[in-house]
Write a protein that binds this ligand. Structure first.
Ligand code: G3H
Ligand code: 13P
Ligand code: ZN
Length: 331
């Protein structure tokens, strides 16, 4: 058993309580590579922000769970080396789909896990989440569960259509499972293609998607006052990154995300964790494509991964400061 406490990581409990009270959200950035980890830590340290580094099943398959755990341990040490005396870094399992994977992560240094039973019938979702919570809480590991299904298709996370969270179920679900936070479905979805152009309205030449279901969020908040709410699928898909990718040989069509002003609005509510993965992929790919197109004779990965890392860092800082509002919230 490797406790996250030995690695210098923290769970989400205090972090979320402060975020809900303070009207901001903690960034939950997915990472698969060392460069993403470095960019996340640099951004969190420079902005004095708590941060959640999350690992999907796909990330574990790609990079190996042991390596990712040691990257997270390295993240804590790196943050200190960069001058942050007491970094608040969570290592979180994203979209755990079984008790076994959650247990394996809890036993191997994760400070938080998500059990995603959102595709199961309600009673099965409750039973699975409860089982994970009972195990996790013995080790002071926090648990995110999900009610409602997000639209969108993305590798491991797949749901053909969205079913918004039913506010009438949240009290029963939170009480019976004992979960520490609840991921809800109010119109976000995974990936870089969250809406079709037909679903959007053209405003000053920009395609604006339909708003998130803030009425459902408000009803959930009224039922569970102060309870930490999580939004998945919250990349904004910056059009300048999409344009750079397409300018340098990419072929991304109709990539549309969640407008940042809506995420800012959500951050001021009980939403205290906002998941962002696709925007990091776009920032990395745009920088790599541009660099290689402009320097066709270069072949040292450090040459193109450095601008990729810098571009991700810029994006993370922007999210923290201008969208989620988690800057200067350490301590
Ligand atoms: O929610 C999904 C995340 O973007 C992780 O995606 O399973 O392709 O790593 P992945
Ligand atoms: P995006 O695809 O919008 O970045 O969502 C990521 C996510 O929800 C990870 O769990
Ligand atoms: Zn997700």
């Amino acid at each position: 058993m490797i406790s996250y406490k030995e690695l210098g990581l923290v769970n989400t409990k205090e972090m979320f309580a402060k975020a809900v009270k303070g009207g901001y959200a903690i960034p939950a950035f997915n990472f698969n590579t060392m460069e993403q980890m470095q960019a996340i830590v640099q951004a969190a340290v420079e902005t004095k922000s708590p941060v959640i580094m999350q690992v999907s099943k796909g990330a574990r398959n790609y990079a190996n769970g042991t390596i990712l755990r040691n990257l997270a341990k390295g993240a804590v040490e790196y943050a200190k080396e960069l001058g942050c005396e007491n970094p608040e870094i969570v290592l979180h399992l994203d979209h755990g789909d079984s008790f076994e994977i959650c247990k394996e992560c809890i036993d191997n240094g994760f400070s938080s896990v998500m059990i995603d039973g959102s595709h199961l019938p309600y009673e099965e979702n409750v039973a699975l989440a409860k089982k994970v919570v009972e195990y996790a809480h013995q080790y002071d590991v926090t648990v995110e569960a999900e009610l409602g299904v997000l639209a969108g298709v993305e590798d491991e996370v797949c749901a053909a259509e969205s079913h918004y969270t039913k506010p009438e179920e949240v009290i029963d679900f939170a009480t019976r499972t004992g979960c520490d936070s609840l991921a809800i479905s109010i119109g976000t979805s995974h990936g870089a293609h969250k809406f079709t152009p037909e679903q959007c309205t053209l405003v000053n030449g920009v395609l604006v998607p339909p708003p998130l279901a803030f009425d459902i969020l408000a009803e959930i908040e009224a039922k569970l006052p102060g309870f930490p709410i999580v939004l998945h699928g919250s990349s904004s898909v910056p059009q300048e990154e999409v344009e750079t990718i397409n300018q340098y040989g990419g072929a991304l069509k109709a990539a549309i995300g969640i407008p940042e002003d809506q995420l800012r609005q959500a951050s001021k509510s009980a939403v205290c964790k906002i998941n962002i993965d696709s925007d990091s992929r776009l920032a990395m790919t745009a920088a790599v494509r541009k660099y290689l197109a402009e320097n066709p004779s270069h072949f040292d990965p450090r040459q193109y991964l450095k601008p990729a890392r810098d571009n991700m860092k810029k994006m993370y800082i922007h999210k923290i400061v201008n969208v989620l509002g988690s800057d200067n919230k350490l301590g």
